[in-house]
Design a binder for this molecule. Structure first.
Ligand code: ADP
Ligand code: MG
Length: 468
């Protein structure tokens, strides 16, 4: 169909114009009398609408008949130059099933100077692919104490986007606890209930890339406009905006525009707003306008339910004792829990072995860090002094040289954090200091970590090295 339209168009415009404006278009879908075409950008769409709308209408009516409809789909990846496929975990098969909205009216005859049978379309339709993963929905997001608030707030938002006081809705919590899943579920439900609404899911990382690209290509305004036409904007992992002043600034404007117009914003973050570093105050204060809901570690019962659902989905059976073993041993990350189940199933089917407790133990060992080895204060001093390339004696010495003092304070800080030793005992083990010195060190480290970037990096690096 599109090819027929194209050959008609080709005959009616200059080759140059054809090459520029029509060759890049891809036909993506034909249902009944509606043809969806994919255009590379919003700008492209606007240009077509402004300059070629009549021609398009004529061509379409000629090929598809009087009731022809045209639906534009804006190809987002290319709009702002990000050519990566948007999906990491979204199987490509789902992409084509992403729902498109069909709310356009039949083409109407509005242009008297064109004679029948050419009828002119009246309403055109702008589409943005929502990038939602239909596999992440409310039905398979199991409820438990750990997620009840966030889940029901999400439901409320999904049923009345922009119409609750949960705007923005900020979902926060640790890695693998279901933030992305819940964010998609809200979007999926909104598309279900309100197919005409433009919903967009985007990771903060991709948002940042698009923004940078738009600045490079000198179309920052296009970028902003693109986001301002959205009804429901879902930005995943906004903590990744930290330290990116330009992106924060543009996000601030988009946020304000959407919020003022009663549009819904849904955000996720791995930290509570109070703990977000390097995010502008004005943005943080916006984040707090609505509701911040935490996803916590799921309880034992919820973990069992999640495992069983996963097994059920994969059509696998597993002895109860192994289900419980998994639930007992992987507590803080649902993604790891799922990973363990998947490798368990894979191992047993590759090796044609039954799923046994022994196999489960081996696999869980790959997921759970061994915490048996107690971190000792000596060990901490060794790691810290290695990190700063000094020896333990230097670290313990009486010198007031700044970098040595800092190393010493860090050692005290981690000793307090990672061992059960008292302040006095930490003090005596790290160069004969009293408990007040240790307390002071802990406070100093806390302060510096929140004000000094370099120092925070020390804390993070050492934290990683010391987590056994
Ligand atoms: P996050 O974005 O917080 O790191 P994800 O949303 O990616 O976590 O979740 C990790 C995995 O755990 C996903 O496969 C998700 O489906 C699953 N998951 C998390 N919470 C639940 C839940 N309550 N019910 C079912 N599956 C869950
Ligand atoms: Mg996530």
């Amino acid at each position: 169909v599109w090819d027929n339209c194209l050959s008609f168009i080709k005959d009616n415009i200059t080759p140059q114009a054809y090459k520029t404006w029509f060759e890049p278009i891809k036909a993506v879908k034909l249902t009944d009398n509606a043809l969806s075409i994919q255009v590379p950008s919003k700008f492209f769409y606007e240009w077509l609408e402004e300059h070629y709308v009549k021609l398009l209408k004529v061509a379409l009516n000629k090929v598809l008949g009087e009731n022809a409809k045209l639906v534009y789909v804006i190809k987002m990846e290319n709009t702002y130059g990000n050519n990566q496929p948007f999906t990491e975990r979204i199987p490509s098969a789902n992409r084509s099933t992403m729902k498109s909205q069909e709310v356009d009216a039949p083409l109407k005859n509005k242009n008297p100077e064109l004679k029948n049978p050419f009828v002119i379309p009246g309403i055109r339709n702008l589409q943005i692919e929502s990038q939602l993963n239909p596999n992440y929905n409310f039905e398979n997001f199991l409820e438990g104490d750990s997620n009840r608030l966030a889940r029901s707030a999400g439901m409320a938002v999904a049923n009345k986007p922009g119409g609750t006081s949960f705007n923005p809705l900020l979902i926060f919590g640790g890695v693998g606890l279901g933030k992305t899943h819940l964010a998609h579920a809200i979007g999926v439900q909104i598309k279900d209930k309100y197919p005409a609404k433009t919903v967009l899911y985007i990771s903060a990382e991709k948002f940042t890339q698009q923004y940078i690209e738009s600045v490079k290509k000198n179309n920052r305004n296009d970028f902003i406009h693109f986001y301002q036409v959205i009804d429901v904007l879902i930005v995943d992992d906004i903590q990744l905006l930290s330290g990116k002043a330009g992106t924060q600034d543009v996000f601030f404007h988009i946020f304000n525009h959407l919020h003022q117009n009663g549009k819904q914003v849904i955000l996720t973050s791995d930290k509570a707003p109070v703990d977000m570093q390097d995010i502008e105050q004005r943005l943080l204060s916006r984040f707090k306008w609505g509701l911040s809901a935490e996803l916590q570690h799921p309880s034992f019962e919820t973990r069992i339910a999640i495992i069983k659902q996963k097994l059920y989905q994969d059509g696998v059976e597993m002895p109860e004792e192994i289900v419980e073993f998994l639930a007992n041993n992987i507590k803080t990350n649902v993604r790891e829990l799922e990973g363990a189940i998947i490798s368990l199933i894979a191992h047993s089917s590759f090796n044609k072995k039954e799923i046994t407790l022994d196999l489960a133990k081996k696999i869980v060992d790959n997921y759970v860090k061994h915490t048996k080895r107690e971190v000792s204060i000596d060990y901490i001093q060794k790691i810290v002094s290695d990190y700063f390339q000094m020896d333990v004696e230097t670290l313990q010495s009486k010198t007031r040289k700044r970098h040595i003092v800092q190393a010493r304070q860090l050692a005290m800080f981690f000793a307090k954090k990672l061992t059960k030793a008292s302040l006095a005992s930490i003090g005596s083990q790290i160069g004969q200091r009293d408990h007040a010195t240790v307390l002071h060190a802990c406070k100093t480290v806390d302060n510096l970590a929140s004000t000094d970037k370099q120092f925070r990096k020390y804390v993070e690096d050492l934290g990683k090295k010391l987590s056994v």
